[in-house]
Design a protein around this ligand. Structure first.
Ligand code: NAD
Ligand code: MG
Length: 381
């Protein structure tokens, strides 16, 4: 029996994780946390009977407690509730399916409590990768990637321990605006940006895919997960999302993982590793594939990649400045307060104005998140 805690259980990754739990008798859910969707949380409580749940606000916690009085499950809230969920005593593995760098403290708390981490929440590795990987090594816990590309890389590394990696080939769909010029991006709408060609995901990562900031965050994520410098992570556009990523070894062999675009495979693999288990779903039919094409990303138009290579090279607090500015800008874009290309201006400004801090502590990281908000408000209103 594997006992699972999930932070972000009502989102895209969270609900797909619960679908896997539903199909597998050997998984038990012990704690769940979400932000605002308390109706869905109530249904999850009634189906999975966790020992603890948490929601975003105190008011929602009170409503949920009222609605589920018959279950007698304690309901927490806020950062305290997230940390309790992530580090829940009986959990073996914590799935970090929450969006944004709000996941940093709960993830560190889970590691501190000795939980393995099935990590979807890439913003945590981008901002606090040095702290997360160090704590995981000290505690002897595993960080198992859920992000499809990183799962593909992880799968391509199996059985190759000790062999030197010459490159990681990180694939990207290119998002809904692949092939467009900067001028053509000036007036794109929120609705256009939310139409991802291959994946149905939460809104924030969908916008990040359109700007290619997502791929940038994934470059940084890969440097931490696989201990490689950023120049060894090469991004390739693979519009059909069939090759999920690959590893090139020093003898020239390229090992890749291919499959239909379905997040359930990487989620399940993070839970079953080192084993594989049956997973229902569509299979690749190579005879019906019209093409698998590969191309260089357009880094002049989609600035997300250049920001990330620069942040990874500079290190320290700079990836936090990038990530925090992106989170704020995407939130404003989702509220239709700013235009698509404004996201890039805000990230560039936050990175340019960051004070250099090497080896930032958790306090430095959270302080920079706040400071980025202040700098952006002062500059852009
Ligand atoms: P989502 O928006 O669908 O879900 C986010 C979850 O986090 C929800 O349960 C929400 O309630 C919860 N949450 C948000 N703010 C919270 C708060 N303040 N307190 C408590 N809970 C809060 O997002 P998603 O698409 O599932 O993405 C989750 C993470 O996984 C992100 O880091 C994303 O980059 C990563 N990821 C997602 C996919 C995908 O297919 N969706 C693929 C790869 C990586
Ligand atoms: Mg991905």
């Amino acid at each position: 029996m594997k006992r699972i805690s999930i932070i972000g259980s009502t989102g895209s990754i969270g609900t797909q994780t619960l679908e896997i739990v539903r199909e597998n008798k050997e998984y038990e859910v012990v704690a769940l946390a979400c932000g605002r969707n308390i109706e869905l949380m109530e249904r999850q409580m009634r189906e999975f009977h966790p020992s603890f749940v948490a929601v975003g606000s105190e008011e929602d916690a009170a409503s949920l407690r009222d609605a589920t009085r018959d279950l007698g499950i304690p309901v927490g809230y806020g950062m305290d509730g997230l940390i309790k969920t992530a580090a829940w005593e009986t959990a073996d593995v914590t799935v970090t399916a929450i969006v944004g760098m709000i996941g940093v403290q709960p993830t560190l708390a889970a590691i501190e409590a000795g939980k393995d981490i099935a990590l979807a929440n890439k913003e945590t590795l981008v901002t606090a990768g040095h702290l997360v990987m160090k704590a995981a090594a000290e505690k002897g816990v595993k960080i198992l990637p859920v992000d499809s590309e990183h799962s593909a890389i992880f799968q391509s590394l199996q059985g190759n321990k000790g062999n030197r990696i010459s490159r990681i080939l990180l694939t990207a769909s290119g998002g809904p605006f692949r092939g467009r010029t900067r001028e053509e991006l000036e007036n794109v709408t929120l609705e256009d940006a939310l139409k991802h060609p291959n994946w149905s995901m939460g809104q924030k990562i969908t916008i990040d895919s359109a700007t290619m900031v997502n791929k940038g965050l994934e470059v940084i994520e890969a440097t931490w997960l696989f201990d490689v410098p950023p120049e060894k992570v090469e991004v390739l556009v693979q519009p059909q999302s069939i090759i999920h990523s690959a590893v090139e070894y020093e003898d020239g062999a390229v090992i890749a993982q291919l499959g239909t675009p379905d997040m359930k495979l990487p989620i399940q693999y993070a839970l079953t590793w080192p084993e594989r288990k049956y997973l229902a779903g569509e299979r690749l039919d190579f005879t019906k594939l019209s093409a698998i094409t590969l191309a260089q990303p357009d880094r002049k138009t989609f600035l997300g990649l250049d920001f990330a290579y620069r942040a990874a090279a500079e290190g320290g607090i700079i990836p936090t400045a990038l990530n925090a500015a992106n989170e704020l800008a995407v939130a404003d874009f989702l509220k239709k307060k700013i235009r698509f290309l404004d996201i890039y201006d805000r990230i560039a400004y936050a990175m340019d104005t960051a004070q250099k801090i090497d080896d930032p502590s958790i306090e430095d990281i959270l302080a920079e998140e706040k400071a980025v908000g202040e700098r952006l408000r002062a500059k852009f209103g």
